[in-house]
Write a protein that binds this ligand. Structure first.
Ligand code: DI6
Ligand code: FE
Length: 408
């Protein structure tokens, strides 16, 4: 008889993220065990109920009371880039605004210059420690965007680095083409022309390369793209069969949420200025709202996303680092759990669902983000007394184990 399981974890508390309503939103199983076969969760439940013979021929790990969560998912990062913008941080501390710096040719375009000038290997070496830092916290899936190339070759180079990171490290990576992030210097004053180029050439070429899993854009009428330009890029994505995501309503209400909903986007991200109607439209469309408290904090924004409207609408909320050198130099997803609770007033359950189940949905991944039979057995183990500790500490890292299944 073949062994039922090849891995078994015993004596753990499980936060399955597959909970039963308001009493138990995290789906906790105390004194639990989890068993895997061929990289999939084959069984989970109370230790006492472990099937007969479960441990035979399996590699068994005694968790000594640690908590197990599904491997965390950072569903919004720009972690492949060259250089840093610490000098801009200092300028902002002296009163300069993000938009002023961007209009003066700094901001995103400063990182574009550095990233275009960097060789692929140099980009890889710069990105790797950032990714390893997330992995050390129990992150097993990371989304990585381009957007600092802004021409076909440099955008593809960023995406290739993202794929190489996934090939070289035990982590899963989902890539997003963000060529519509800013207007490159050679198109200064010709924003619509650049948006048309993205739609006509860059999106199809990225799709043909197989390097992009999705297409993202930055709708911001001042320093990004108009809803009409964004819609053009999204049509190109749809024509290539690629899902879309959107940086929406971060600094003003540009109608980004409604646009994302209309286009059936996987996620609409930021949403500080999204209106209750826009939020309701997102919920109705099944689009996930991705909250990015790192950018809110670093830019010292005062307008919070309308969490009450999101709850009311039943919008699924995810939480991510937005790791980027300008608005969110955030190297820790655990820290975002704290900021999500303290700055946005999320509950512990909302924050934790935001980096697991709802983050998976924001990436269109149905095979992870919860602990349930049949799903990938990507796990994160923490030495904590209760799940709230993951949101409570500011800094530090209680992750004591992590496992990611190889291959999709
Ligand atoms: N919103 C963001 O949070 C990042 N891009 C965007 O459109 C910021 C990118 C940067 O400042 O480098
Ligand atoms: Fe972003």
């Amino acid at each position: 008889m073949t062994a039922p399981f090849d891995r078994v974890w015993l004596n753990a508390s499980l936060a399955t993220m597959d909970g039963g309503g308001t009493d138990d939103p995290l789906g906790v199983i105390e004194d639990g065990a989890i068993a895997a076969k061929d990289g999939r969760i084959a069984w989970l439940g109370r230790c006492a109920d472990l099937p007969e013979g479960a441990q035979a021929a399996a590699q068994v790990t005694d968790c000594h009371g640690a908590w197990i969560l599904p491997g965390l998912i950072d569903c919004h990062t720009h972690l492949v880039f060259a250089g840093d913008r610490a000098a801009e941080f200092e300028l902002r501390l002296k009163g300069a605004s993000y938009e002023e710096i961007a209009r003066a040719g700094g901001g995103i375009l400063a990182t574009v210059r550095a990233t275009r000038a960097a060789a692929e290997d140099a980009l890889l070496r710069a990105a790797e420690p950032r990714l390893r830092g997330l992995m050390a916290e129990g992150v097993t899936t990371v989304e990585i965007k381009s957007g600092y190339g802004l021409d076909l070759a440099a955008e593809l180079r960023q995406l290739r680095v993202a794929r190489r990171l996934a090939a070289e490290l035990p982590v899963e990576v989902a890539t997003s083409l963000l060529a519509a992030h800013a207007v490159p210097p050679e198109y200064a004053g010709r924003r619509a022309e650049y948006a048309a180029l993205v739609a006509r050439e860059i999106v199809p070429a990225a799709a043909a390369s197989g390097l992009a899993d999705a297409v993202d854009a930055f709708t911001d009428s001042a320093i990004g793209f108009t809803p009409e330009e964004t819609a053009l890029v999204f049509e190109a994505a749809r024509a290539q069969g690629l899902p879309v995501k959107l940086h929406a309503d971060q600094r003003r209400d540009d109608g980004g949420a409604a646009l994302a909903a209309r286009c059936g986007a996987l996620s609409a991200d930021h949403l500080e200025y999204a209106s209750p109607d826009g939020i309701a439209a997102l919920a109705h469309a099944g689009t996930v709202g991705v909250l990015l408290p790192g950018a809110f904090h670093v830019l010292r924004e005062e307008r919070r996303p309308d969490i009450a409207a999101m709850r009311e609408a039943g919008l699924r909320m995810a939480l991510a680092t937005d790791m980027n050198p300008g608005s969110s130099p955030a190297l820790s997803l655990l820290l975002m759990l704290n900021l999500g609770c303290t700055l946005f007033r999320l509950t512990v359950a909302e924050a934790l669902l935001g980096v697991t189940r709802h983050a998976a949905a924001a990436l269109g991944m149905a095979d992870r983000g919860r602990l349930a039979p049949g799903l990938r057995c990507d796990l994160a183990l923490y030495r904590i007394g209760r799940p709230a500790e993951l949101c409570y500490w500011l800094g530090g890292n209680p992750c004591v184990g992590r496992r990611v299944v190889a291959g999709r």
